[in-house]
Design a protein around this ligand. Structure first.
Ligand SMILES: NC(=O)c1ccc[n+]([C@@H]2O[C@H](COP(=O)([O-])OP(=O)(O)OC[C@H]3O[C@@H](n4cnc5c(N)ncnc54)[C@H](OP(=O)(O)O)[C@@H]3O)[C@@H](O)[C@H]2O)c1
Length: 250
């Protein structure tokens, strides 16, 4: 497929690295030098074009600018795309439809792990493009199509923001180790290994099963787990999702 990626930033680069193997890419931006720098980081040749009066007619476009830049970017474009994919956090389909002309509009919410092809990307929008969307974003990790924007915004609060929440958990566990006398580098290595090993565990078993399998009567895990419950960690995470989702409702 021929794909046009607009806004040569971090998310665009992660996507381009995932997509370049199977697709022909054109990268569009407002700064020629940045576009050149961007394409140097890719393995295959990608075309570049300046944003001003760029014609998206009949193209498949992936919009990767910041949400506040939508208006300015859209006003620089001409023509009507076949499909507009938008990764803009919190920007609704209604707003996208008003801003950029396209036959189909799809929202995608990847996360920071896209740079390692391990994103959890949620998708929603015009159903005609469901299969195409899933295939495109599978190039940067796992995908989940949901039926409403409400679900996508809740998903943003879990999987979009999630790397920051888990970073807090990772750092806190390492801090706990250091407090008890472990070296910082060793504590970080343990946390790194823990997270790598946890991914297949949670993929193959419900969290409650994982917890029960580790926790033996009167044991170390039971003591640590009780401390987490006493300090309200469960409700803190539930509230974190509530607050993050709340921001997208504004
Ligand atoms: N990073 C993440 O973890 C993540 C996760 C999910 C979704 N997203 C979404 O991905 C999008 C991009 O985020 P990012 O992290 O990749 O940001 P970024 O690295 O700052 O890239 C933003 C890009 O937008 C361009 N841009 C900014 N203002 C513009 C304007 N007025 N007109 C034209 N282009 C403009 C920038 O161009 P210049 O280089 O010329 O300034 C840059 O190429 C955001 O909408 C964000 O919500 C990001």
């Amino acid at each position: 497929m021929k794909l046009t990626i607009i806004g040569p930033g971090k998310m665009a680069l992660a996507l381009a690295k995932g997509l370049e193997k199977e697709h022909e890419l054109t990268i569009v931006g407002r700064d020629g030098e940045k576009l050149l720098e961007f394409t140097k980081k890719l393995e295959k040749h990608a075309k570049t074009a300046l944003l001003d009066k760029y014609d998206i007619d009949a193209q498949t476009v992936i919009l990767c600018v910041k949400p506040h830049a939508l208006k300015e970017t859209a006003s620089a474009l001409k023509g009507k795309a076949d499909t507009l994919y938008s990764v803009l956090a919190g920007t609704k389909l209604e707003t996208l439809k008003k801003a950029v002309k396209a036959e189909n509009h799809v929202r995608a919410m990847p996360n920071l792990a896209a740079q390692f092809f391990a994103s959890m990307t949620t998708l929603t929008g015009d159903k005609a493009k469901k299969e195409e969307a899933e295939a495109l974003f599978a190039s940067i990790g796992a995908t989940l199509w949901v039926e409403s924007e409400k679900e996508l915004d809740i998903a943003t609060a879990i999987a979009g923001s999630g790397p920051a929440y888990l970073a807090l958990v990772a750092e806190a566990l390492a801090d706990g180790g250091v407090r008890e006398g472990l070296g910082r580098a060793d504590a970080m290595k343990l946390v790194e290994g823990l997270f790598a090993g946890f991914a297949p565990l949670v993929a193959h078993g419900h969290p409650a099963i994982v917890k029960d399998a580790v926790m033996s009567p009167g044991g170390t895990t039971a003591a640590g787990y009780a401390a987490l419950e006493k300090n309200g960690v469960r409700s803190a995470f539930i509230e974190a999702v509530e607050k993050a989702y709340g921001v997208t409702k504004k």
